[in-house]
Design a protein around this ligand. Structure first.
Ligand SMILES: N[C@@H](CCC(=O)N[C@@H](CS)C(=O)NCC(=O)O)C(=O)O
Length: 239
């Protein structure tokens, strides 16, 4: 692993590089699939904390997360997967969010607030994602809404139940924890803001819609479909 980062220090008057800093930096590597909301969580956080990363596309529709080579990295056979600078691997989107946000403004330091963040991360994985993300996968990623109609119907009520929990919370809060934007918002945002692609009607949830706007207004926000080149625009600039 290794990408080269070159930093040019410009002299404002002459507009020529007055110094050249050159070092090799090992980057974290994200095994990623662009339409995946679970992967988007990580791309969004990495961009917002301005951490450079290398993106490896894994086409799950071609079974690329199930090859022997990929399974040797992540026996769960799923993306996202983060390869750390040390060569260690970390799977599970919300575990990756937790790891990357430690010590940043995106994860509270206080023990109770941190546990509240975890509460929403577990809610997302158990009561939200299995219904809202799965419906979107069948309808919009696979394009097989009719074939999966029966399964989709079963996901409808529990999916709306999760949205009602969010709506009720957001009626009296701007964000999920501590009235500020944290990884709890990133995690829940990933599939909520594209819930319509899974057949969920968000017009019934005005507080969620207002929160979606607040998340989109956060510094260094990128969309779910933003290509990698965009991420580099958000790296800190030397002035
Ligand atoms: N709980 C996991 C779910 C990961 C997951 O379901 N990944 C999907 C894409 S969103 C995947 O890799 N599917 C391919 C497969 O199962 O073969 C997480 O939050 O990271």
């Amino acid at each position: 692993m290794g990408k080269y980062i070159v930093i040019l220090l410009y002299d404002d008057l002459l507009s020529v590089p007055s110094a050249l800093l050159y070092y090799e930096m090992k980057l974290v590597r994200l095994y990623d699939f662009l339409p995946s909301g679970n992967c988007y969580k990580i791309r969004l956080l990495l961009t917002q904390i301005a951490m450079p990363f290398e993106r490896v596309n894994v086409d799950i529709l071609k079974g690329e997360s199930r090859t022997a080579e990929f399974l040797s990295k992540n026996p769960i056979g799923k993306i996202p997967l983060l390869e750390l600078e040390s060569g260690k691997y970390l799977a599970e989107s919300n575990a990756i969010l937790f790891y990357l946000s430690e010590g940043t403004e995106f994860l509270p330091y206080d023990r109770f607030l941190k546990a509240q963040v975890l509460q929403w991360l577990f809610f997302e994985q158990y009561s939200h994602e299995p219904f809202i993300a799965t419906s979107r996968y069948w309808i919009s990623i696979l394009g097989k809404g009719e074939e999966y109609q029966e399964e989709i119907e079963k996901k409808r009520e529990p999916g709306y139940a999760a949205l009602r929990v969010m709506e009720n919370h957001l009626k009296s809060h701007n964000f999920f924890v501590d009235e500020r934007y944290t990884i709890a918002d990133i995690s829940l945002f990933a599939y909520t803001h594209v819930a319509d692609e899974g057949g969920f009607d968000l017009t019934k949830f005005p507080a969620i819609q207002a929160w979606i706007k607040r998340v989109k207004n956060q510094p260094r926000y990128i969309s779910i479909t933003a290509e990698q080149e965009n991420y580099w625009n958000y790296l800190p600039h030397v002035s």
